[in-house]
Design a protein around this ligand. Structure first.
Ligand code: PHE
Length: 405
């Protein structure tokens, strides 16, 4: 933009205002052009960067160069060339304009440098800012400050217990199987020998998916109440012999309290082969309990009932907290309710009726037999870590979880 400092003959307030307005309008136009043109180019290109630098230099020289910049010119032409009586208003005007022009030039530089930095972030390369500028930026940074601490995570106590139990069985040659948490009535109940309306269904207060009344009962979806449906799913896919453990989450309609949660974890076990006996079941579980709780614990089997095992049993281990005495010092042992025994799992020999559902895949109840067991992982984790409220496991409070880090 061609702007030349005009000679002044009229030093009236109105004439000075007009001259000032003209100068500022020219300045504003130059600034806009400078920022607009440089914004159109990517600074990562060296030629563009050079051009930007040239434009900046000529803009700066035009306005504030000591030798011939507009500021020097107005000082020479408007102030020095003014008649005596106009010195005061002319001096005032030149001073005001000097401040304005210097401010505008500084602002333009700042905004050019800023866009330069943005470009640098996108594509490191040539820098408009000089080395000095870079060092000045670093001056605000204390490189001796420690870095941001990133706490290392730890395995959740329930998962740790789960992995430990699964590990014990893997070392016995078991493989790991998994199944869906949203299950059909067929796998969760019917194929496990819970016929529709069988009272044993009442022992597992179930969460059903809503709005399925039009479906046949066996297709209705629910949140699995135990990991046992994966017994059937696995036997449908794999022929005997079979040795699997099934870890997973299960759900029941139990309000949360210190020992209940609507979501919890189980580990299921299933072994099927020819000539599997109750003795194999006892030996396997006795070994597993000793591996988990220490070689001095004793196991104890009590008759029980599950629709999918016959005979069925509940397994107790001698209390590893009080050593089976029911007392801790002078105090009663609470976890075993002073009985000296802690119930840890349910088990039994696979009911022939269950094999009937997968007979076609090699599970003829006349030829194969097997045992199954299922345990609640959360309860075992509570006992193992001496935690007195199950809810701590699921609240995600870092102060609780940190203790396991
Ligand atoms: N599924 C049973 C329950 O959740 C436990 C179990 C598993 C019992 C396998 C026997 C055999 O109560």
């Amino acid at each position: 933009m061609a702007y030349t400092v005009p000679k002044l003959t009229d030093y009236s307030a109105a004439a000075l205002d007009r001259a000032s307005a003209e100068l500022l309008a020219a300045l504003e136009q130059d600034v806009r052009k400078l920022l607009f043109d440089s914004g159109k180019r990517s600074s990562s290109h060296e030629a563009a960067w050079k051009l930007r630098w040239e434009e900046w230099k000529s803009f700066r020289d035009k306005w504030i160069s000591r030798k011939s910049g507009v500021l020097t010119q107005i000082n020479d032409v408007w102030l020095k060339g003014s008649p005596k009586e106009a010195k005061r208003p002319a001096g005032q005007l030149v001073n005001d304009l000097r401040k304005r022009v210097e401010e505008e030039v500084a602002r333009a530089e700042a905004s050019l440098t800023r866009s330069e930095e943005e470009d640098q972030r996108a594509s490191p390369g040539q820098s408009f800012a000089s080395m000095d500028d870079a060092l000045r930026t670093l001056e605000g940074v204390d490189i001796t400050l420690p870095g941001a601490r990133r706490p290392i995570g730890a395995e959740h106590p329930v998962m740790r217990t789960m992995h430990e139990i699964v590990g014990v069985f893997q070392r016995l040659g078991y493989s790991v199987a998994e199944g869906p948490v949203v299950e059909t009535d067929y796998y969760n109940f019917e194929a496990l020998n819970f016929p529709p309306d069988h009272p044993a269904r009442d022992t597992q207060d179930t969460l059903f998916i809503a709005g399925q009344q039009s479906k046949p009962q066996r297709e209705r979806l629910l949140l699995r109440t135990h990991t046992s449906p994966v017994q059937i799913r696995t036997m449908e896919k794999m022929r005997p012999p079979l040795r699997i453990v099934i870890p997973g989450t299960v759900h029941r309609n139990d309000p949360p309290d210190a020992s209940h949660s609507p979501m919890f974890h189980q580990i299921e076990g299933l072994a099927v082969d020819t000539n599997i006996t109750f003795g194999d079941l006892k030996g396997t579980l006795d070994h597993a309990m000793k591996a988990l709780f220490g070689s001095s614990v004793k196991t104890h089997f009590r008759p029980s009932f599950f629709p999918f095992t016959e005979p069925s049993a509940e397994v107790f281990v001698s209390c590893f907290l009080c050593g089976g005495s029911g007392k801790r010092g002078a105090d009663p042992c609470r976890p075993c309710k002073q009985s000296g025994w802690i119930e840890v799992l349910g088990c039994g020999m696979v009911d022939p009726n269950v094999f009937e559902f997968v007979k076609d895949n090699g599970y003829d109840p006349k030829k194969v037999s097997g045992f199954a067991f299922g345990m609640g992982v959360d309860r075992l984790a509570l006992l193992k870590y001496g935690v007195d409220d199950l809810q701590y496991f699921f609240q995600g409070d870092v102060r609780f979880l940190q203790q396991f880090g």
